[in-house]
Structures are given as structure tokens and as C-alpha cells.
Design a protein. Structure first.
Lengths: 328, 326, 516
């Protein structure tokens, strides 16, 4: 049964869908199933307002997952997402407290702080060859420590700038929330970079076979460093958007983005071992995760039940199509 | 080379952790207002033992070249469970303890099944199971509370003969009952072999899957032992997300400090135990020097960062750049 | 082949009618083999002739589809290597099967450790290990040493000791000497001969003709999954054996090389006293434009290291390297492939070093030439396609589509992709690391033609090969390496198989080439 699903994913689907990566089509199929389930529960689930709202919420995860995807494509992982996001939001808000100059530089400053974390990760992984899982846990702890010292252990009092709020909640094009627009731009750039540039090719090459990439004359260390810096920058940017959305930053604002961002990327068909995956899949993964969260909250499930369902759904979906190769 | 040199070479990682621990502990005690008293040792032991159990749990999995990012959550889950079950008559309490440990085994078994038979990457799989474990803990204890058999708790956290902290005795007992037989068994060696080179272990027809599964299973058991002791110390259960995450993180730090290779195949749980004790003592140094406790997370983060970066020094000895890529 | 089946005269081991298919590919077809105690039996055959499948079946790694195996006249089946070992058949794999982080004693006893109270008895284990090491002629290896701290040649001895700890009746050695230095080979040979005198049956697989001649009592040649012929050692000439292996008249398949006086070409690459750790010692040579310079010698004498050093992979090299007469610093492959230097390395293992197997043919082809088909980091797809088309034509690579994973191609075509990938950069100097290993004869021939064409158009080629015929057929000169230094330089008519082997073993041959 399980094997059948993997070999013949949705043979009933139209041809152009079938040509997609089976993982991506499965993810989109799951999105449709979730929408149907949701509409059975509440009629308003399929209303345009609600769907647009979901897309807006998904944008924050989408931006953060973009960075995560770069790193996962390399065969690495970034566990410093929680505090990269929080540092981005908190530092942008902190800069905003410094008059008009601070207001203008708020977002760049927040993003720059995230880049510093990403830089530390990249140096550790690319140049010191520390396993990414470990070094990113460590930088996450250091970033947390710095923020605790900075805020004195309380929630920071600074609030987001008007620009941050506008970017997160405003409408430049009527009917399209700015957050969605930003995700669209970030996604378009990421797709271009991954498919059309030497950097993107190198990322896939390193993820598939780092040794061969190195022997092909690729400066593998620089590519890895850049990918981690981009991941830090995108996480922090996601943090500034979240701070704009909530009008202020909070200590734990990034905690709920680690597992979702990894899950979104992996559920979208990107191999956790690196080298394989497309941005379209990540889009599907992000929407899937967001809808799942939304349904759980619409059903007014308590936090405990949400955590359990969430973990189980991810495990089950990964078991369906995210498995490693059988080695014998 | 003479025999003791071999021994020294084999135990280098552990001895380093032992050294760091004793130096740190000496600094700690000499600056402590009360000095070296049985009470100071008891307090230090009670705090250190918790992390030591979780670090041992992590070691078992790391030896097979895996990682368990759910140990902290198993620790929290079993704490929440113990605050319901480990109460009442001695018989009931006994059943409670058994149930808590069995839960730990079940959690470990779930991780093992998913990673080994489901062929999922340990990082993603254990983050996801960690969410499940935390959810169950939250179900059990939406708010901090519950209670524990206080006689048992006091016995396990007190002193034997007024000198030796009983938590330390319990730790040694667990090492003797769980770790020593494991490390000397055929299955334990297969676990080391699998972590060192899975392909070579396969060529030597070792029971790879059974070895990995045993490691995850015992890891769950040890994390549950930690959760049990947490309940003994606090008398309550609490589903604290931050605490679970911190223990997972610190367990990795302890393992690294204790000379266990994160690439698998090398290191001992005893090393990791000393790594845990050393890590705790380093964190507590801030208190005896009267520094603001706000600095503690940063300090611990920096210690972790330095510890993991130390392992990179071997890199400078690499003369063939292809070795960078394993 | 089948001898009488009466149990009194039953041979130690006998198989007949054994077949094995992998998917649609026939690896072994109706194969038969008889092994007698106290004899060294060599198995010969080309790559893909079925030797490794034969061994795997005997050692219990894979199960045959058909046929039967008898030991002492009784039928046996093995479901795992452990079962085969318990029955008395043990295989010495290459260093692959040792656990690097465990001690020598742990490794020797890994499959059946002695136990006391259910736990491993380290004292007993140590005694077993010491005995096995002594039998393998490796008394100098301490049982407590970690395997990863042992040099490659010692590890091979530990492998043999590990196999001997099973107390086998048949010992299979699969390319067991490929990683050894000449001195170690001699050591291993004396061990093997002693084991033979103790009544062990040895099954010896090697590509080295002279080893087989020196060691074996009888030989069996395999071709296309079937045993073609068995004969007593020394009763057939090398030419006859080669004919049996390839199944046709042995003919010289190499393109003619232009006669040139060595040293007259403009130097493209000059090495002066190149050294690295203790693996390369004072290597000096000049490679001229349009010259094919061979690197010979036994495997593992520093040939790979020399190529890696010239490609900027090794750290801490001493001496100097000149390209076009100018001293260059080679700190990374990225530096080595730059326009000014223009070196390319066709690596040894195409699966891990040459290609990204899951990526498409197109992506693989353009991977090392991305800077030439892009501007500002953005790939120009037209330029890319044009360059790729050119290469596909030039090497006549057969592929069902450029957007298929390169893993879907045949081995020969994969190797062509690796070569094409580097030709896209139009390098001035090409380093080749055993490029024809595991490749079919037709593709080999195409590669020889290509090399000759490249050389004729002025490219300088440094060609390492484990195949002596190839060196003789393709190269203008051959440097024979021994223990990290150039032992001999051979050129012209002095390049004979006999001279190459003698130089490789670093022994005098009377009429070999000029000592270097």
C-alpha cells in the first residue's frame, strides 16, 4: 500500500501534475484534503478572506523556510532559527528607539544581526567543519544569552517601526497583503538563484557530492558560508516582519518556527540529505504546515493536542515519502 | 608502547573531562562562602546528576552516530508523569517508578523504530517526536503541580551517613547497571562499530539494527531516570518547554566536553557524565563570583561554542584537503 | 570439471552449475570450481567476468540463483558471511571491513568475541588476537592499537588475521595486495605460503599477473560469468592467458604515437623536488606540450598523491611547480583550474569525485565550466547548451536525454561525461587518475584515441594507470614510482611490461631503462 503510493503518486491526476516530483504533488494533494476537511468543519474555511489571511500567516514561515531550504539543500541544517528570528525582531525594534535614523535603519540592522549569526554558523560549518547541527545549536544558545542580557530577562519594551508594520500588515496592491507580496518576491529571487545562477548550481552540487564539487574547482567553503549567511539574514528578516505584525518583538517569537520551517522544506520534497528539491515544493510545504496549524486552532484544540498532532502528522508524512534509501 | 599508555590514549577524552571538572569544582568550592561542606557537595551533586543522566542518554545514541534531540522532552514528559504516579504506599510508588521508566523505554523505542525501520534522519525524526512527547507532557501537566512520595524523594536527594549524597550513589549505580554491561556486551560493541563505520560493521555482519535500537531504547530509559530524579528534587511536575530544550542542548554540550565523538564510534558515558558535571559547575561558577544570573545563559552558550570549536583543531593537522569531506 | 562424487575422494570444496543474475544482467552463468586443500588457486578474469560474484557467493554475501555447493561432498548453503565462516570459508576483504575506532583485538574477534558471564572477555580476546596476528606474520602490531592509527598495509594484515581467527579451511583473498608496498607484498606472500603448507586452501584473486605466477599452484580463468579453463600454474604463457580472458586474439588496440625525441617539446609543467609528508619524496620531472607522460609502479606508491598535489588538494607540499616556466602556487582546485594555470584532474572514483550521480547529464557536464558560460553569476543557457553539444559530439556520449540523471548512464558513458566535463575548460594540462578502471573495452579504446588527439593538439597529459599495457601503448615516457619517489624513467623501446614490473618492484632487470 505504502509502496504503491510512492511509485504511483496520484495516477488519477492530470498529466502536468504527474510530472511533478511525487513529493510535491503529494504535498499539494494534502493541501486540498486539508481544505476539504476544514470546509466540512466550518463553511468560512473556503472564503477568500480566510484563505488570504492564511496566505499572509504563511508568508512569515515562507520567508524563514527559504533560508532553511538553502541550508538543507547543502545537506546541512540550521537549528539557530529560533533566536535568529528573535534577534532580528528584537534588534530591529531596538534600533527603532534611536530616533529617525534608527527608524530608517531598523530593518537593515535587524537583518544584519541575523547575518552575523549566519556568518558564525557558516564559519563553523565551512571552515572549521563542525557538524552544522551542533554549531547552530551553540550559536543559538549564544544569541539567546546575548538577548537575555540585553533585555534583562523581561520582554523588550521597544515597539516596531511604521515601516515594519506596513510591510507586515499593509497593502501596497489592494487585496494583496504586503507580507504575501514580500514572500512572492523572496520566492522569485530564491527560485532564480537556485535554478539559473552558478551559486544555485553549486549549492545542489555540494549537497549531492561535496567532494566532487570541490574537485570541480568550486570554492565550496565560500558557497556554504554564503548559504548560512543568507539563512541568518532571511530568518532575521522574518523576525522583523513578525515584530511588525505583532507591533513588538518577544523573547520566544522564534521558538515556534524551527520545526515548521524544517518540516515545510522536507515535506515539500527537499531531501534532508541535501542536493535535491525545488522551491515549488517548499511553497507547498509552507502552505501545508500553515493550514494544518490553522485547522488545529480552528478546532480549538488545546496546545498539548496541537503539539502531538503536529509531531505525528510530520512523522507520518515523512514516513510516506521522506525516507532515506534502503541500504540493502 | 606500554599498556598504561594505551589505556591513557583510550581514555583521553574522559580524563580531560575529569580534569576540567575537578579544577572547576575546586575553584567553585574555594570561592563558595560555605567552603567544602557536605551540604555544598549535596546541592552540587543534585543539580549535576540530572544533567548527567540526560547526557548519558545522549551518549548512547551519539555513539551510533545518531543524535537524539528529544531527550530533553522525554526528561520533561517523565517528570510530568512521575508527579502523578510516584505517590502513595511503597507498593504504589514502586509501580509508579516502574511505569515512569517503562514510559522512557517506550519513548526510546519509538525514536528507534522511526529512525531505524522508518529510515528517517535522526535530527528531523527526534525533533518531531520531541514535539509529541512535549504535547503529552502538557496534557499531563497543563499547569505545574502534582506531588511525589516525599519519603522516597528525600531519601534519593539526601545524604547517606550524613556525608555521601545519595543522588551521586544512584548515578554510580545506574552506570554500573546500565552502562558497564552495555559497553562490554556484544551489542554494545556493535553499537560502537556501527557508529565508527556502518559499512564495515555490515561487512563484518554485525547486528546493526539491533545495536542502534538498543541504544535508543536505553537512551529513553536513562532520560526517564533523569525525569524521575527531577521530580524527586522539585516535588512537582511541570511541562516546561524551555527546560526541555535546555536539557537537550546541555546534553550535547556535556557529550562533547566528555570526549564523545559526535561522528560516532568513540567515547564513553562516563566521560559524558563528567562532562555534564563539569558543565554544571562552570555554570554555577557565576554564582560564587556574585555575577548577575542574567549572564548565565550567555556564559553557558559561550562554553558550548568553545567546546564544539575545540574539536576543530584536528583540522589543522589535515594535510589532504579531501579529508575535509569525510 | 566435475570430479567423482564419492565421499572418500570428495574435494574440500566444489561448486557446479552456479548462476547469479542481477536484474537482467548475468553475473555468473553455470560456473564450476573445485578447491583442494594445501593449494593456492588463482582466479583470473577481466572486470565483470564474474570473479567478485563468485567470491560473494562462496563467502555467503549473496545467494546463488541456481546450482549447488559442496563441502567434503556434502551440500551447503550460506545465508550470511557468518554462516560461511562458521562452515570454514572466510574472505579477506579489502580494508573496508575493519572498524576504525576499535582496537585491533576487537576487530579480530568482532564476529565471535569470547564471552564470560555474557560480556566480552577481553583477556581471552587478546590471546586470540595475538595468536591470529602471529599466524598472519604481524607480531609487531599491538592488539590494543586502534585500527585507524595503523597504516594501510598493516590494516591489510589485520584483515588477514581477522579471517584467520575463524580458523578457516578455505581463505579467499580478493585483491588483498592492492594497497600494499612491495615489502609488504613479499611479507604477505610468505605468510600465504606458510598457510598453504599448513594445509589451508587459498583462493587468490589478483590482477597482477606476476603475483599469480609467483604464488599459485593452479589457475582458473573466468570470462562472461563462466569458468573458461583451469590449468596448472606455469603451463600457459601470459599471452595465452590474456587471450582466454578476453576471448579473442590479443591485439594491440592503441593508436600510433608519433615518434618524438623526448625533451625537445616545450615544457608545460615542471616539478622540482616535490615532497609531501613521507608519501612523496623529491619528485622532479618535466612534462612537455603534446606529451603523454605515464605514471607507473605498484598501486599506492604515491601516484595519486602526486596528481592531487599538482591539483592543489594537498597541504604542506615542498618543492616547486612551474607551469609554462612560471612558478605557481597551488592552494586549491579552484586555483589550479584558473585560466592562467589551466590544469584539470580526471579523478579516480567517478562516483564520489567526478560526478554528482543524481544530477542531470547537463548539470554535470557544465559543472566545472560554469564560470565560462555565465556572466555575473547568471548562467547563460544558450552558451551552456552550445558547449555541451560540442562535447557530446566530440566524445560521442550516448544518452537518452540531457535532463536525465547521470546515474542512468552506463559506466563507460559516465566516464566520458567526467572527461568531457573537464575538456569543456580546454585545459592545457590534464592529469588522469586511472581513468579506464572498470570500463568496457570499446570505451577504453575511444579514450585512448581521444588522449592521442588531445596530445597531438598540444595538450600535456600526465597519465596514471594501473594497467601496464595501457602505459606502454599510450605514453611517450613512463615514470615508475616506488615508495614516493621516481624509481626509474622508461621511454621508447625500453617500455616493456618486464621493465615496468621490475622497476615497480624496484629490482634490477638488467636491460631496463635509465635509473632516475
Amino acid at each position: 500500500m505504502k509502496d504503491a503510493t510512492r511509485e504511483q503518486p496520484g495516477a488519477w491526476l492530470p498529466k502536468f501534475v504527474r510530472r511533478l516530483d511525487p513529493a510535491i504533488s503529494t504535498a499539494f494533494a494534502c493541501i486540498i484534503v486539508l481544505l476539504i476537511l476544514g470546509s466540512l468543519y466550518s463553511a468560512s474555511f473556503l472564503s477568500p478572506e480566510y484563505l488570504l489571511q492564511q496566505l499572509k500567516v504563511a508568508s512569515f514561515l515562507g520567508v524563514i523556510s527559504t533560508g532553511m531550504m538553502m541550508v538543507i539543500l547543502l545537506g546541512q541544517i540550521d537549528l539557530s532559527i529560533p533566536w535568529s528570528v528573535a534577534v532580528g525582531g528584537m534588534m530591529a525594534c531596538a534600533a527603532a528607539a534611536f530616533g529617525p535614523v534608527g527608524e530608517t535603519l531598523a530593518i537593515p540592522f535587524g537583518v544584519a544581526c541575523g547575518m552575523v549569526i549566519g556568518f558564525a554558523n557558516g564559519i563553523g560549518v565551512a571552515y572549521l567543519r563542525i557538524p552544522s547541527m551542533i554549531i547552530t545549536l551553540a550559536t543559538n544558545a549564544v544569541a539567546q544569552g546575548l538577548m537575555v542580557v540585553y533585555t534583562g530577562g523581561f520582554s523588550p519594551q521597544d515597539s516596531a517601526t511604521i515601516t515594519m508594520r506596513y510591510l507586515a500588515t499593509g497593502f501596497l496592491i489592494p487585496g494583496v497583503p504586503n507580507a504575501v507580496l514580500i514572500w512572492a518576491i523572496v520566492g522569485a529571487v530564491a527560485t532564480f538563484v537556485l535554478t539559473r545562477t552558478t551559486f544555485g548550481r553549486s549549492v545542489y552540487g555540494i549537497g549531492n557530492q561535496e567532494r566532487a564539487a570541490y574537485l570541480s574547482g568550486i570554492n565550496t567553503r565560500r558557497i556554504v558560508l554564503i548559504a548560512f549567511v543568507s539563512c541568518g539574514a532571511l530568518s532575521a528578516f522574518g523576525g522583523t516582519l513578525l515584530a511588525g505584525y505583532a507591533s513588538k518583538a518577544a523573547q520566544s517569537m522564534g521558538d515556534s518556527y524551527l520545526l515548521p520551517s524544517i518540516a515545510a522544506v522536507v515535506l515539500g520534497g527537499t531531501s534532508i540529505l541535501g542536493g535535491r528539491g525545488s522551491y515549488l515544493g517548499t511553497i507547498a510545504g509552507v502552505i501545508l504546515i500553515t493550514l494544518l496549524q490553522s485547522i488545529l486552532s480552528v478546532m480549538q484544540m488545546p496546545e498539548a493536542g496541537r503539539q502531538i498532532t503536529y509531531g505525528l502528522v510530520i512523522i507520518v508524512m515523512l514516513l510516506l515519502y521522506g525516507r532515506g534509501p534502503a541500504n540493502r | 608502547m606500554s599498556e598504561w599508555r594505551f589505556w591513557l590514549n583510550e581514555q583521553r577524552g574522559m580524563l580531560m573531562a575529569v580534569g576540567i571538572f575537578f579544577v572547576m569544582f575546586a575553584i567553585y568550592v574555594s570561592n563558595h562562602p560555605a567552603g567544602l561542606t557536605a551540604n555544598v557537595v549535596q546541592t552540587a551533586s543534585n543539580k549535576g546528576v540530572l544533567l548527567a543522566f540526560v547526557a548519558m542518554a545522549q551518549t548512547l545514541v551519539v555513539i551510533t552516530a545518531g543524535i537524539d534531540l528529544s531527550v530533553g522532552m522525554i526528561f520533561i514528559l517523565t517528570n510530568a508523569l512521575a508527579s502523578w504516579l510516584v505517590i502513595g504506599s511503597p507498593l504504589e510508588t514502586g509501580f509508579g517508578v516502574a511505569a515512569v521508566l517503562a514510559t522512557g523505554l517506550a519513548c526510546g523505542a519509538l525514536n528507534g523504530l522511526i529512525v531505524i525501520y522508518g529510515r528517517l534522519q535522526p535530527i528531523v525524526a527526534t525533533i518531531a517526536t520531541g514535539a509529541v512527547f512535549f504535547g503529552i507532557a502538557l496534557l499531563l501537566r497543563p499547569f505545574p503541580g502534582g506531588s511525589v512520595n516525599e519519603d522516597l524523594a528525600d531519601m534519593m536527594t539526601g545524604k547517606i551517613f550524613g556525608v555521601v549524597p545519595s543522588s551521586l550513589v544512584a548515578l554510580v549505580a545506574v552506570i554500573l547497571v546500565v552502562w558497564v554491561p552495555f559497553s562490554r556486551s556484544v551489542i554494545g560493541r556493535a553499537a560502537y562499530a556501527t557508529g565508527s563505520s556502518e559499512i564495515a560493521a555490515y561487512m563484518s555482519s554485525l547486528p546493526i539494527r539491533r545495536a542502534k535500537f538498543t541504544a535508543y531504547l536505553l537512551s529513553g530509559l536513562l532520560a526517564a531516570t533523569g525525569g524521575l530524579f527531577l521530580t524527586f528534587f522539585t516535588y512537582t511536575g511541570e511541562a516546561a518547554l524551555a527546560s526541555g530544550n535546555a536539557y537537550t542542548l546541555f546534553s550535547i554540550a556535556s557529550v562533547v566536553l566528555g570526549g564523545v565523538s559526535l561522528f560516532g564510534g568513540r567515547g564513553t558515558a562516563i566521560g559524558a557524565v563528567f562532562g555534564a558535571l563539569a558543565f554544571r559547575t562552570i555554570g554555577d561558577l557565576l554564582f560564587v563570583f556574585d555575577l548577575d544570573p542574567l549572564w548565565q545563559p550567555l556564559f553557558q552558550g559561550v562554553v558550548l561554542l568553545v567546546a564544539v570549536s575545540l574539536s576543530a583543531f584536528g583540522l589543522f593537522r589535515v594535510r589532504n584537503r579531501l579529508e575535509w569531506f569525510g | 570439471m566435475i570430479t567423482s562424487a564419492t565421499s572418500a575422494a570428495a574435494p574440500l570444496f566444489q561448486m557446479d552449475g552456479v548462476s547469479k543474475h542481477y536484474g537482467g544482467v548475468r553475473a555468473l552463468e553455470n560456473a564450476a570450481l573445485t578447491v583442494e586443500p594445501g593449494r593456492i588457486h588463482s582466479i583470473l578474469g577481466e572486470n565483470g567476468a564474474g570473479k567478485s560474484t563468485l567470491i560473494k557467493i562462496m563467502a555467503g554475501v549473496v545467494a546463488p540463483d541456481d546450482g549447488r555447493m559442496l563441502m567434503d561432498g556434502r551440500e551447503v548453503t550460506f545465508r550470511s558471511p557468518a554462516e560461511a565462516s562458521a562452515a570454514g570459508i572466510t574472505c579477506v576483504f579489502q580494508e573496508l571491513s575493519l572498524i576504525p575506532d576499535l582496537s585491533v583485538a576487537d576487530n579480530i574477534c568482532i564476529a565471535r568475541p569470547p564471552r564470560r558471564f555474557g560480556l566480552i572477555d577481553r583477556q581471552a580476546q587478546r590471546a586470540i588476537a595475538e595468536e591470529a596476528l602471529a599466524r598472519a606474520g604481524a607480531n609487531d602490531i599491538h592488539p590494543r592499537m586502534l585500527v585507524k592509527n595503523l597504516p594501510l598495509s598493516r590494516r591489510q594484515l589485520v584483515e588477514i588475521a581477522k579471517a584467520l581467527a575463524w580458523k578457516p579451511r578455505i581463505l579467499i583473498l580478493d585483491e588483498a595486495t592492492s594497497a600494499l608496498t612491495a615489502a609488504d607484498v613479499a611479507n604477505v606472500f610468505s605468510v600465504l605460503m606458510r598457510l598453504r603448507s599448513e594445509g589451508l586452501a587459498l583462493l587468490y584473486i589478483s590482477h597482477r599477473m606476476h603475483e599469480i605466477a609467483e604464488l599459485s599452484d593452479e589457475c582458473t580463468v573466468f570470462r562472461n560469468g563462466h569458468n573458461v579453463m583451469s590449468f596448472a600454474a606455469g603451463t600457459r604463457s601470459n599471452g595465452e592467458i590474456v587471450e582466454m580472458m578476453i576471448g579473442r586474439e590479443y591485439s594491440n588496440a592503441f593508436p600510433p604515437k608519433p615518434e618524438r625525441a623526448a625533451g625537445t617539446a616545450t615544457p608545460a609543467l615542471t616539478c622540482r623536488k616535490l615532497g609531501w609528508l613521507d608519501r612523496l619524496r623529491d619528485i622532479s620531472f618535466t612534462l612537455g606540450k603534446g606529451e603523454v607522460l605515464g605514471l607507473g609502479g605498484l598501486d599506492g606508491q604515491g601516484q595519486r598523491e602526486l596528481l592531487l598535489a599538482l591539483f592543489g588538494v594537498l597541504r604542506g607540499t615542498t618543492g616547486s611547480v612551474l607551469v609554462d616556466g612560471k612558478a605557481v602556487t597551488l592552494t586549491s582546485p579552484a586555483a589550479a583550474i584558473s585560466e592562467q594555470i589551466g590544469i584539470a584532474l580526471i579523478p579516480e572514483d567517478r562516483k564520489t569525485e567526478g560526478l554528482m550521480l543524481p544530477m542531470t547529464v547537463q548539470e554535470n557536464l557544465s559543472f566545472s565550466a560554469l564560470d565560462q558560460v555565465s556572466r555575473g553569476g547568471v548562467i547563460n543557457r544558450k552558451d551552456e547548451a552550445r558547449l555541451i553539444d560540442e562535447m557530446i559530439q566530440l566524445l560521442s556520449i550516448k544518452t537518452a536525454g540531457l535532463d536525465l540523471p547521470v546515474a542512468a548512464l552506463s559506466g563507460g558513458n559516465q566516464q566520458k561525461v567526467v572527461i568531457a566535463k573537464w575538456l569543456m575548460r580546454k585545459p592545457k594540462i590534464i592529469l588522469l587518475n586511472d581513468p579506464t578502471r572498470g570500463i568496457d573495452v570499446a570505451t577504453k579504446h575511444e579514450i585512448y584515441l581521444l588522449l592521442r588527439r588531445l596530445a597531438d593538439s598540444g595538450t600535456a597529459i600526465l597519465f596514471y594507470s594501473t594497467d601496464y599495457d595501457e602505459l606502454i601503448g599510450c605514453c611517450n615516457r613512463v615514470l615508475v614510482l616506488y615508495d614516493g619517489s621516481v624509481a626509474r624513467e622508461l621511454k621508447g623501446s625500453a617500455m616493456t611490461e618486464r621493465a615496468l614490473i621490475a622497476s615497480a618492484l624496484n629490482v634490477e632487470d638488467g636491460h631496463a631503462g635509465t635509473p632516475a
